[in-house]
Write a protein that binds this ligand. Sequence first.
Ligand code: G16
Length: 546
Amino acid sequence: MTSGVLQISLDQPFKDQKPGTSGLRKSSRQFETPHYLESFIEAILRTVPGIAGGTLVVGGDGRYGNRRAIGVIARMAAAHGVARILTTTGGILSTPAASNLIRQHQATAGIILSASHNPGGPDGDFGVKVNGANGGPAPESLTDAIYACSQQLDGYRIWGDVSLSLDQPGQQTIGALQVQVIDGVDDYIALMQKLFDFDQISDLLRGDYPIAFDAMHAVTGPYAKRLLEGLLGAPAGSVRNGIPLEDFGGGHPDPNLTYAHELADLLLKGDGYRFGAACDGDGDRNMILGHHCFVNPSDSLAVLTANASLVPGYADGLAGVARSMPTSAAADVVAQQLGLPCFETPTGWKFFGNLLDAGRITLCGEESFGTGSNHIREKDGLWAVLFWLNILARRREPMSQIMAEHWSRFGRHYYSRHDYEAIASDAAHGLYDRVKAMQPALVGQAFAGRTIATADDFAYTDPVDGSLTSGQGLRLLLDDGSRVVLRLSGTGTQGATLRVYLESYVPPSGNLAQDPQLALGSLITAIDGLAEIKNRTGMDRPTVIT
Ligand code: G16
């Protein structure tokens, strides 16, 4: 054994280290349990191929626990023969920037420290995500193997106590391990400059075009300040809550109409701003707003697809587009009209990975405020902001007009997601299992004035590697193309979260200007009756309506 390496024994393995939709996500307190973080890292280092002698990219969204975890990972990497760790000043690294670094530096893998949009701080959540050499979330085969390893651990290896300085760029060593601290923003900005027309966006923002970007005291602050206020010339103060804080200032860094309501009020009720946007804890999600206009994430993917030829990085055409199953079919209609292949995948960015790697899609997105492209292998919040700004700079029309024109060309998918958060796990699973059991008998039955044409649990066969993923959400597909989907969230940490996805299509000739909650009213009532949502959750209304 190399000198300096300690072998720590565990009485028994932790039994609750099963990664969810995006990595292991637990309370910060749980991660502070002695040996908890270390044993999951041990499972990663034992399982990821090519670790010994390889390069690891490590960083996180700056939440409480970030710096400690980077120190632990470096010491454990030294004990496992990793050749190089690439990390960033302050350990601040957004998920999309991490994906880019992995690809740029041909790293073996990345370990990203984030619980994404979940609150942070000692009483909040922490998380560990593993990304592969393509820069994307580890496929299920790898996360399953890491989990299996974690369930059999009897100990771990770690280098004795050494302190790592993350305060400025530079090089340090732990045994034979090189730890390189770099600026986490530079490479990401260079990538954005290749994709977007900075002169055109700058021309827009230096004119009378006030914007508000809310970094929610999370990771995108330093990126947004340099991009929007620095390079693109938006006035100082355009970036709000731009300093990353360990507890996100006590906020919930989830960019939706509930948790980013201050920004939403500025845009939807006030008259001071033309464009607004927010990103989540680790910078991969985005919310886009115009003056008195909220862009539903499903619509956002459709508009980006329809307008991609206006943006330099995509002007040569798109290979195809993909969306997750619960995302509305707005992008499908655009793809069909443009003659592009379109794919429907399960929830989770990792399912886009094979399609992107195989060159079968260029753009992809999810209803959960995630949009991205083949430039990296994660969704990318600031990329979506720049894509929109590039479109706005070219078209010079108000956002509401762009949306109205889009719907009058492609029709409108009225869409909403209702979230019932932190409900008792038994109640959530009871409700879900009951509907699943009812499904076979539902076909042909009346529902919200329509007929149920298909009732199933979504399963997906990956068109690239043929792997099958089942149990991805209960669908009720109606005879007029409307649908309702039920899913249990894979990212919450308190009880269970039930998500109800509602969608109804109106062609260009129909009423395109309704309030979505009204347009979907009969579906909302019908699913509550069928699934007994209010009764079984004990909640009168959803926690979050998008
Ligand atoms: C993660 C995944 C997303 C996925 C989302 C689903 O988001 O990265 O691809 O859409 O989970 O969340 P849920 O299971 O709660 O519906 P993030 O931003 O948390 O990494």
